[in-house]
Design a binder for this molecule. Structure first.
Ligand code: FMN
Length: 178
């Protein structure tokens, strides 16, 4: 079984990014399980003093990711940047050597949000993760109000989302990722 952890950069209840990741969970092919991590908003502020002995919620997140084969990220852009709560979550993961070279799909839900997408690619690459370009499409669902069922039923959403998942899964299985 291939395990992928989905991380949303938005805490908003009706977030398009989180909804897209819920659709991804529903579209997981046979032999693949996609788990949406929902604790980003509960993480304490990152403090390097606690990096080596972090609180249980951080240990749980690190454990989830460490046991996973890959990561799917979808995040909004705030003022041309990565949302603070999500950057905070990533900061807790910077020092985790066991997460190095984790294949990651960066799905952008808005064609306008180029700054945050570029920043995210830079951040996770600096963390040692491996951004899979073929698994990182723009799927423009931001501000459309689609629920997950509508995304799954919409070929223009489900098609590229399914292809991104397949590209990520392929990258988890090949030594030399694209
Ligand atoms: C405080 C704030 C700042 C934003 N700044 C930008 C921005 O710089 N560029 C952009 O394309 N969208 C910006 N947006 C729009 C959000 O990225 C957009 O609404 C996105 O769909 C929200 O994602 P969500 O539905 O997953 O919460 C901003 C939204 C908020 C609330």
């Amino acid at each position: 079984m291939t395990i992928l952890i989905a991380l949303s950069g938005s805490l908003r209840r009706d977030s398009a990014n989180t909804t897209l990741l819920r659709a991804a969970c529903a579209l997981a092919p046979a032999g693949v399980r996609i788990v949406l991590y929902e604790g980003v908003g509960q993480l304490p502020f990152f403090n390097p003093d606690s990096e080596t002995d972090p609180p249980p919620i951080v240990r749980e997140l690190r454990g989830l990711l460490s046991a996973a084969d890959g990561v799917i990220v979808a995040s909004p852009e705030y003022a041309h940047g990565v949302p603070g709560a999500f950057k905070n979550a990533l900061d807790w993961l910077v020092g985790c050597a066991e997460l190095g070279s984790k294949p990651v799909a960066l799905i952008n839900t808005s064609a306008r949000a180029l700054h945050a997408q570029a920043a995210l690619a830079d951040i996770v690459t600096t963390m040692g993760w491996n951004v899979i370009a073929t698994a990182s499409p723009v799927i423009a669902v931001a501000n459309k109000g689609f629920d997950a069922a509508r995304m799954v039923a919409d070929a223009e959403v489900a098609g590229p989302l399914r292809a991104a998942i397949e590209a990520l899964v392929l990258a988890t299985r090949t030594e030399c990722s694209p």
